[in-house]
Each structure stands twice: as C-alpha cells, then as structure tokens.
Design a protein around this ligand. Sequence first.
Ligand SMILES: *[C@@H]1O[C@H](CO)[C@@H](O)[C@H](O)[C@H]1NC(C)=O
Length: 212
Amino acid sequence: MKLSTIALLISSVAASANAADTKVWKITDLGSGERANLCDRQIQTCQNNCGGPKEALMAFCNTTTMAWGCGCRTKTPDFETWNWPVPAADCRGSNQVCQENCNSQSGDRSACFENCAATHKCNTEDAPVSYTTSADVQTPPQYIGPAVSYKGKELGDLNDGNDRDNLESSSDVPDSSESSDTDSKSTTSSASTLFQSAGFLVVAMISTTMAF
Ligand SMILES: *[C@@H]1O[C@H](CO)[C@@H](O)[C@H](O)[C@H]1NC(C)=O
C-alpha cells in the first residue's frame, strides 16, 4: 500500500513536471535597461555602417517594441544582419528559452539540446531570421515569422514557445517544396508590381503637370 502510494506520488510529480508550461520567447521580455542598451548599440551599428550619423537617413530603434530600421543615404547597409545587436539578442533569447523548454520536457533531452544548437547558430548566416525590423519607429515589428535562416534554409521547430505552424500554411511563406525558380519568380513579380506603381506615379505626375 505504502509503496503504491509513493509510486502514485512520484508519477503525479512527474506528470506535473511534464505539464510545466512551455516558455514563450519574445524580445520585449528583456528588461528595460537591456532593451535601451541594445537599441543604443543598434543605432550606432547602423550609423557606423552608413559611414557616420549624417549618412544614416533612417536609424531607429524603439526601446519598447524593439522595432528597428536602418537606411543609409548612399548605400544599402551591408553589415551582416545576424550580427546586429537586436537580431543577435533575439537569437540568444530564443536559444535560451529553447534550452529551458528542453529541461521541462520529458524524453531525450540531449536530442532536444542538440536541436536548440542546430536551430540557433546565432551570429552566423545560419541563425534564424529575427522579425524585429519595421517600417518606422511607431510600427511594432512582426516578432514571429517562418523559422528560416538568413541564408534561406528552413530550420524547423525553434522550440521557443512560438507556434509557427499557422504561418507555414499562409501563402506568403516560402514552401520547402518550392524550387528557387518559384522564389525568383515571386521576387520578379513583386518587382514588377513596384515598377507598375512607379509607372503609375510617373503617369500621375505627367497628367498633373499637363493639368497645370
Ligand atoms: C514605440 O512604439 C510604440 C508602439 O507602437 C509607440 O506607441 C511609441 O510611440 C514608440 N516610441 C517612439 C519613441 O516612437
């Protein structure tokens, strides 16, 4: 009797450990001091990459939402995005939560840790894309997007509590079964859309000029 009670106790403890909440990573969970520090460094990185503060026409980082953007006057920022302070911190945080989630899981933890390492090659082009960029300082970033690396490889489950399954079925997400051919086509089609709108703008400007 006593033994079975103990066994029951052990199994209920194990069950509650299994049921432990999966932690969910979001970069805004960082403390305000760390967010401010990251944002300072993010803006500095942008300015340095552009060739000075005056060259950085767009350099923002919102310390509340962590939305950031960088645009130079004469060039496209070319410092590897995965090394920028905010995206790098996003990867580190996701990796940490991935490991914590492994600890709260039952089963083969070493395989789980290996998966965290494989999907979080932070500060490399194999790091998961950080969806922290935004159009302007007021617009919050997406935060969550398909688990793909900067190189464009699908990474699978990042185990950071964010469900990306719903994103994978959406149409604007790259599908693993699609060839790079399809990808270049969609790039072309968005470029031609841009062209069309630019053409429309020119036409609109000409007609405005003619009207006056
Ligand atoms: C940061 O983003 C929030 C939410 O979009 C916005 O309310 C706030 O004004 C932004 N901060 C700055 C400094 O623009």
